[in-house]
Design a protein around this ligand. Sequence first.
Ligand SMILES: [Zn+2]
Length: 80
Amino acid sequence: MTCADFEKILPDVVEGVRSIDQESHLKSCPSCLDLVADLELIFREARQLEGLYEPSPSFVRLSKLRRWCLRFGGLGGPRG
Ligand SMILES: [Zn+2]
């Protein structure tokens, strides 16, 4: 698995769905591990901020999340 492969399945990884291949890539690739940690943080904050749109450091993170949404599609939509 390459970093490009990994990026394609990032939305699943962030939601906790990981295959053995993905886990082993994470263990060998600090940059992807960092990316996942960052996205997990963004996801948590985005959920906490649901409905709130105040300018704040978290708002900057939400903007980042939006870019990920646009890139991957289907990420961050309402669930449950
Ligand atoms: Zn990687």
